[in-house]
Design a protein. Sequence first.
Length: 236
Amino acid sequence: MRNKGLLLVVTLVTIFLGGCEAQNIREHVNPLVDQSTTEVTKNREFSVEYDGGYQEIVVNDNIPDFTSDDLSLSEGVWQTFSDLDHLNRVGVANAIIGKESFPTEKREGLSFKPTGWHQKRLDDGQWLYNRSHLIGFQLTGENDNPKNLMTGTRSLNTPHMLNYENQVKSYIENTGHHVRYRVTPVFKDNELLARGVQLEAISIEDSSFQFNVYIYNIQEGYELDYVTGSSKIIED
């Protein structure tokens, strides 16, 4: 079951890295997405490289690419993480999330430094980079796991990824249902800093909840070197 999903993701990532241009379509209203900060594309193909526009892109009319086998509850809740590649970069993370997967203990601090970790302070005192969980701690309790942590900008992690993680948890708390979830970090060539992440989710017991978005790993006012993770302020 899970191998089919991984093959599909690999195919999609191959398409993404082809560098197709994103369409400028904003005609669909998605209640799960802030339309003022998100671009909508009808295609699955889009550029993974940020072009100076919106930080989020809604992919494939917001429809995730899961098969019927991917949505089976026969094994209950679960999560899987890809092995780190030859550059120690994270890969696709998959899960079925429910109330029974929520953590019951408080989150502890993180120590692992993922690839591209070149930290610095922003002008507002916040850190440029966060150790971004692929599958958020609040959903499954997975924390200081190298296979679940990537270097993400402050804005990638909060508010963008956190927004969708909160939506997943809120939906589950309100319905008691389960959500199939997949996070795909996208790296280009041998770069150590991901260009962005694709988040896909769909409710299993009903058809009321789903999203398929790509979030660019960028920080306003900073130029990032994706090869190393180093950065510099963009001068006016």
